[in-house]
Structure formats: C-alpha cells, structure tokens
Design a protein. Structure first.
Length: 638
C-alpha cells in the first residue's frame, strides 16, 4: 500500500525539525551546514512507524523566507500538511505564507501543532491554539485538529501520534480524485560509489519495481531501475510514497531536481511542454497579495512538482475566461520545458518579491493550436475544469475532446497512436460531407458512386478545416476516416460496392441491351487468366461507357489499361496470394502454379498488393504487409 506523505510547514525556528526528531528519532537536517546553523536549508525527510508496522512519511521544509522555493520542492509532492507554530512566538509571516502556499496547492488534509508548550504558560499556549485555528479556518484546512505539544518533555506527543494515525487513515480512505500518472518527480540526486546514480522523490500513480524501464523527462532518455529502496531498506518494489531509486544507464550528472521519471501506466500521460493551459485560483485571504486576477503578460515563477521555472502569463483572447468560483484561465508560456500532466497542481509566485500569485491546476498540457483554437470557449473550459474537480476522467476526456475537435485515441503506455477520437460535432460534419459527396456523384448517369479514395481525400480536407492535426494525428486520420465510412455503411446511410460509395438505392438504371453486354463482359473476366480488356469488351459488345460503369460499380477490377478481372475473381486470387504469404514467403512461380495462371497475371496481382501494403516484397518472396487484413480473402479488395 502507498505510504502517505506529510509535509511540515511553518516559520523559521518554530521547531519543525525538532518535532520530527522527537516523533521519529530521525534528524531531518541532513546537511552539515544545516546542523551547524540550526536551521533547515533544504528539504529533509523522516518517517514514523506505528506499532502495527504502518508507516508515515514526512517531508521537512525550510521556514526561512529566502528558502520558500526549497519549501515548495517538498510541499509540491505531499498528501497532507503538518503546520507548526511556536507557542512563544505565535503565527508569524512564514506561518501565514506557508499556509497560503499549502492552500494554493490544494492541500485539504492535515493538522496543526503548537510547539514549545513547555516554555509558556498554559494560557499563552491556548491563545496560540485559537489563533492558529482561526488561520486554518480561512483555508482548505478549516476544522483540522490543533494540538499543543512539547518536543523537549514529550507532553502531547502521544496525542499527536494518534492524530497522525487518524490523518493517515482519513487520507487513504477518501476517494482517489483526479488520477496521477505513474511517475516520480526528482527532489534529490546523488551518486553512490560502485552503484551509480540515485534519485529520491514521491512516487505517484502506481508501483515501481527492480528492473523497470523508466523515461527521464525532459529529454526522453531511457534508464533502468537497478534497485528500489524505502526508508533506507531495499524492498524490490514499492506502491507509492517516499522512494529512492538506484538507476542504471544514466549518470547523476545528467539528472537534476525538477526532472521526472515516467514509468507509464493508465493515468493521464506525462507530457513535456513549454506552454499549457491552466486554471488559477485566488490566494487564500491571509494577507496582502498581488492584484487579482493577474494581468496579461505578467512575469511569474511557477513551482510545479519539484520544478521551478519562469513563466509569462497569457490572459488575452480565447484562453482567458472566468470560471465559476472565481478562478480564471490563462496560458502559461515557460522559459524552459517541464514534464507535467493534466490535473497537476502548482503555485505561481512573484519572482522578485515572492508574493503569492495563486494556485494553478493544469487543464491542458498540450492546448489547442491552429484552427482548433477557434473551439476554445468559456463553456468548454468550464466543463474541463469541473470534470477535473470531480475526479471524473471520462467527463474530462470528453471536455478535452470538445476543446480540440480531435485527439489521439487513448492507448496502453508505449504504443504509438493509430486512431483518432472525434468530437461529436466534427463527426457530424464528416457524416454530412460524406453524404453530400455521394449525392453529388450520383448525379452522373454512368456513375455508381464516389471512389473511396476520393472520399477519403475530401473527408480529410473537411477534418483539417474543423480541427488541427499534428504529425501523429495526421498518420492516424486515415484510420479514423476509414472507420467513419465503415460506420456509415453499417448504419445503412451509405452503400459500398467494391471501391465505390453511393447513397442507398442510388444506382442508375441501364438500358437492357447495355446491361446484358456488361454482364457478358463481367463473365468473360471471371477467370484466372482473363483476355485483354479491349478484346473482351469488343467480343461482349460492351461500349466504353459500359466498361467505365462496370469499373465505377466495382464489378471489375482494372490493374492495367488492358488488364482486368471480374472483382470476385480478383478477390479470390488476391486472397489466395495473401493466404500463401502467411504460410511463408510467396514467390511468383509458386503463385503461378497454385492459380493455374501465367507469370504476366501473377506479377500484376503481386505488384498491386505490394503497392497497397497488403503484401511486402522481400528477398525471399512476398510476405504479409503492414496493411494486411484479417483472414477473410475478400478483405484484400478494401
């Protein structure tokens, strides 16, 4: 089971590290400079093991105002908060600042501890408890327990341990909410002699095990997990929480705090981006803040996971909207790429003053561009933000699809996109265009419909007019259009005859004499070695218009100017070729003998199947190609 991670917060010298040492026996000040100066400079870590073996992780963050950036490295990856206030000092500026930052990060589980209760009168400790409770009431932590303890005497520590156990149970029992991808945001990097690079962070979204492959982002480098450790012990695998990973295939010098180890999985994908769409919530009313809402073009510092990067706020045009609850949307343009995912929370601060600019939630890590920007609207942005708030991934997917028009279909991690999902309005536009094309083609008295290849081209043009297709989506668009055509045929809205589409019942009527001549020509070509098309047409008394009508209707398949088969005969021969190729590389001689044909005919068929990707030519012979259909022989005519 994943361990719950609790982050400390509070003003400098209010006893956060001392409290953790009293609770856990672990000194979270790991740096010599920290121990010498008696203050936490960088993020520290400890853990508490209860009597039944259940564990709780702690992240100890700096309290000094100049080290808030380091504080956010730890706070960005916690499940709950432990606010620390000294009884002799009361809430101070960093108490309020840390509490506001936790609120901006969406932390709504935690408790507060009034430390140093042994150095003041009980009345003073009670006043600070009340002051702390009043501060919490202005944030998501309203109603959280507030306990008075002494780390020096141990008074109140048992009650605190009990409250921490209750906090852990409450966090693990609540609904998962918005899913996280399987990833670890790096907060420490070091090297161990003989073992190589080691990283630590909070594992989210699933299990990691010895031997797992990971992707390092930004950069896309690959590495292997040599060893998993939790609390200094080798464990083989871990489900989530504070985790150390010894990595093979990458040096410590290639890693840095803020990088993300991506392990794949079923959650939202982790993307590397330098611009994304966010919803920004106003800071809690705990003191002064920058003007709200933030102005277009404002330069800010974004803290996301364990990364920190300068950003420019874009609040102009379609991306700028005011959502229910007072949140606003904006486009963030980053000074350098980061790895993030839909739903991730972060904080915006003024780079110079450190003043809080608001809490952010990533709505779309790859926002609409090009023609798809016209689809961005207040309603669609609101639907996406609301779905994320509810933790409804299906609704969020629908909202994001409405925002973009098209999206790569969701797929298992590591698999390339091969299909597109279409927004309902885009699909309806394609349906209407397909029917319009088929209707226009039916106006030709000698036509049996619209060539499928022409339909594909026109529908792709229509799709591009409705939504932007990136490189990966362009490759998948053909499959989407083929699927749409198939669905229209299956629903009876179009008919498909060979390589032609037509409206149901929309075929033209031919004079009896012409119809009979066409039937005679089709019968003459229904053999393995058909006569030349011109000679066969002359013998059947079929004029050029009849030949064109047969081809348009898909009743004959022409491979060369003077070479054609009746389509069922061609399908039979093509199916024979594919079946033989599945059993082993197919040579022209083997196909010639099996079909009782001649080299001229089998070469024409094999070249056609190669061209369409149904077969692929190799040095040994022809093998099934990338577009080889299933086992049905007639499928080769698609």
């Amino acid at each position: 089971m994943p361990t719950v991670v609790v982050g400390t917060a509070g003003h400098i010298d209010h006893g956060k590290t001392t409290l953790l040492r009293a609770l856990t026996g672990i000194d979270a000040d790991r740096l010599p400079e920290e121990r010498a100066r008696g203050m936490t400079i960088d993020v520290g870590y400890a853990h508490l093991e209860f009597e039944d073996g259940v564990e709780l992780d702690f992240v100890d963050v700096p309290g000094h105002d100049r080290l808030v950036g380091n504080m956010l490295v730890g706070a960005g990856e916690v499940d709950a908060a432990l606010l620390v206030v000294a009884a002799d000092d009361g809430p101070r500026p960093q108490t309020i600042e840390h509490l506001a930052l936790l609120d901006a990060l969406g932390i709504d589980a935690g408790l507060a501890v009034v430390t140093k209760a042994d150095v003041v009168a009980p009345e003073r400790a009670a006043i600070v408890v009340d002051e702390t409770r009043a501060l919490l009431a202005q944030t998501r932590l309203a109603g959280a327990p507030v306990l008075a303890v002494s780390s020096a005497t141990g008074d109140g520590l048992d009650a605190l341990r009990s409250a921490l156990r209750d906090l852990r149970e409450a966090v693990t029992a609540r609904p998962v909410g918005w899913p996280a991808p399987r990833r670890l945001a790096i907060d420490r990097v070091f090297s161990v002699a003989g073992r190589g690079a080691v990283v630590t962070g909070t594992l989210r979204g699933g299990r990691v095990a010895d031997g797992d492959r990971v992707r390092l982002e930004p950069g896309g480098r690959s590495a292997r997990v040599r060893e998993v450790q939790v609390h200094g012990r080798r464990v083989g695998s871990h489900d989530g929480g504070r985790t150390a990973l010894n990595l093979a295939g990458v040096a410590a010098t290639e890693l840095r705090r803020g990088d993300v180890l991506v392990l794949g999985g079923d959650g939202p994908p982790t993307l590397v981006t330098d611009r994304f769409l966010v919803a920004i919530a106003a800071p809690a009313p705990l003191g002064g803040r920058t003007p709200w809402p933030p102005r277009d073009g404002t330069q800010l510092r974004l803290h996301l996971g364990t990364a920190a990067v300068d950003v420019r706020l874009g609040r102009r045009g379609r991306e700028s909207a005011t959502l229910p609850g007072g949140r606003v949307t904006a486009m963030l343009r980053l000074a350098e790429p980061v790895a993030t995912h839909a739903g991730e929370r972060g904080v915006l601060r003024q780079a110079a003053t450190g003043e809080l600019g608001g809490g952010v939630r990533v709505l779309d890590p790859a926002p609409p561009r090009g023609v798809s920007r016209r689809r961005v609207s207040l309603e669609r942005l609101g639907e996406l933000a609301t779905a994320m708030d509810r933790g409804d991934r299906s609704a969020a997917r629908s909202a994001q699809l409405a925002l973009h028009g098209v999206l790569p279909a969701e797929r298992p991690a590591g698999e390339a996109a091969s299909h597109l999902d279409l927004a309902p309005d885009v699909e309806a536009a394609l349906h209407a265009r397909a029917a319009s094309l088929a209707k226009a083609a039916a106006a030709d008295p000698l036509s049996r419909g619209l060539a499928v290849t022409d339909a594909r081209s026109e529908l792709l043009r229509t799709l591009r007019s409705k939504a932007r297709l990136d490189r990966a989506s362009t490759r998948a668009a053909g499959s989407a259009i083929d699927g749409l055509i198939a669905s229209l045929v299956a629903a009876g809205r179009l008919e498909r005859v060979g390589d032609r589409l037509r409206l149901p019942g929309g075929g033209p009527e031919f004079p009896a004499e012409l119809s009979a001549a066409m039937d005679r020509l089709e019968a003459a070509l229904a053999v393995a070695s058909p006569p030349g098309l011109a000679a066969a047409a002359e013998a059947a008394g079929c004029p050029p218009d009849g030949v064109r009508a047969l081809e348009a209707a898909g009743r004959i398949t022409r491979l060369e100017d003077d070479l054609a088969w009746a389509t069922p005969a061609y399908h039979r021969l093509a199916g024979m070729a594919l079946s033989m190729a599945r059993q082993g590389p197919l040579t022209p001689a083997a196909f010639r003998d099996a079909s009782a044909s001649s080299r001229r005919y089998v070469l024409a068929i094999l070249e056609d199947l190669d061209r369409r990707g149904i077969l692929a030519r190799t040095a040994e012979g022809h093998v099934p190609g990338p577009r080889a259909p299933g086992q049905s022989p007639e499928a080769t005519g698609a």
